[in-house]
Design a protein. Structure first.
Lengths: 172, 190
């Protein structure tokens, strides 16, 4: 029998970090956090889970992207914006970069569920292909294909925005 | 002969384009962005499991209620279908019985004048066939006959009562006349 209080204490920061990184909104993140553990308990009744860390990270990513997708249909209200500061030259570049970050975050809602989840887990959460494949119940090759397609989509999106080279240089 | 790749490097390998680098920077930013501390949840033992248990109970209750209502609908539909079938069968039986009842009545109803004996020495031309009896006439013939018979009986009773009343009146007159004569006669007799 799983000791859920222990699991919560062990993995709560991990789950919280994932949902906050994706959502950037505390209320939504709290809802997501609760849903993740509720779903995990439900899954625990079905079959034994070997790696709670990977599974919880995947559930958190999935729930947060679902919330992001629902939020994408609504006007952007109440989302925490990062402080821009005074509009000096470097600040302008920084603001443009943050805008691109926000675009990439929103594009997660455009991707398919599996692509967005695999991409986030591999590229942002830095999970191995094996861990992601095990948590999502897919093969390692499938995860690789999903990540590749997601990267391709985001690359195309960034290319269509035609970012100025100076923006890139300033971030370097 | 080794090729001089520095002169014409060709297309960039995947992952080295500007967009790739920008994407990697964005991903690095997403990885390193500060995360606010998780708000302190109430330290109640088993809170999470309690919340999830209640949530799952509510969800299972909803699904059970849905399944239950579905079963009720099916049962109600089956009962309605059976009741309608029984109703149709009963209606068919009743209509059969009614037809069987009505048919002999029409056949057995005597036609007016049809059973009257005719004298053998009848020289008159045969009477024309009576018009076909309509169903209304058949229905009304019997009550009318009963009514006329009852009226005849009442008339006979009235005539008998009148006769009795006349006899009683005559007897009363005779009695009164006899009494008056007896009172007027001389009382010489002892």
């Amino acid at each position: 029998l799983t000791d859920w209080e222990q699991v919560r204490q062990a993995y709560a920061p991990l789950v919280w970090g994932v949902v906050v990184r994706i959502l950037r909104h505390e209320a939504d993140a709290l809802d997501c956090f609760q849903d993740v553990f509720a779903e995990a308990i439900e899954r625990d009744r079905g079959a034994a889970v070997a790696n709670w860390g990977a599974v919880l990270r995947w559930l958190a990513t999935r729930r947060a992207i679902d919330t992001l997708r629902r939020r994408a249909r609504l006007p952007l209200v109440g989302v925490d914006a990062e402080p821009v500061g005074s509009m000096s030259s470097s600040a302008e570049h920084h603001a443009s970069f943050l805008e691109l970050v926000e675009i990439v975050r929103r594009e997660l809602a455009v991707l398919s569920n599996s692509q967005a989840e695999a991409f986030w887990l591999v590229c942002v959460e830095e999970q191995s292909y094996d861990e992601v494949a095990e948590a999502m119940g897919l093969s390692k090759n499938t995860v690789g294909v999903l990540v590749h397609r997601a990267r391709q989509h985001l690359r195309t999106k960034l290319k269509s925005l035609n970012p100025a080279p100076s923006r890139l240089e300033s971030e370097k | 002969v080794p090729l001089d790749n520095d002169v014409n490097p060709g297309p960039e390998p995947a992952g080295n384009s500007d967009e790739d680098q920008l994407l990697d920077q964005i991903l690095g930013h997403l990885r390193s962005q500060p995360v606010r501390e998780m708000p302190a949840l109430p330290e109640v033992p088993g809170r999470m499991s309690e919340v999830s248990r209640r949530k799952s109970e509510v969800e299972s209750g909803r699904s059970k209620a849905k399944r239950g209502s579905g079963r009720w609908w099916l049962a109600a539909a089956a009962i309605g279908l059976a009741a309608s079938l029984v109703g149709v069968l009963i209606w068919q039986e009743l209509s059969k019985v009614r037809l069987e009842r009505e048919a002999p009545e029409v056949a057995l109803q005597p036609l007016p004048g049809g059973d009257q004996p005719r004298p053998e020495t009848d020289v008159l031309p045969p009477t024309p066939e009576p018009p076909p009896v309509t169903r209304l006439a058949v229905d009304l013939a019997q009550p009318l006959d009963q009514l006329s018979a009852g009226l005849d009986a009442v008339d006979a009773e009235i005539a008998e009562l009148r006769t009795r009343a006349a006899l009683l009146d005559a007897r009363r007159k005779a009695d009164s006349l006899l009494a008056s004569r007896e009172s007027q006669a001389p009382r010489s007799l002892p």
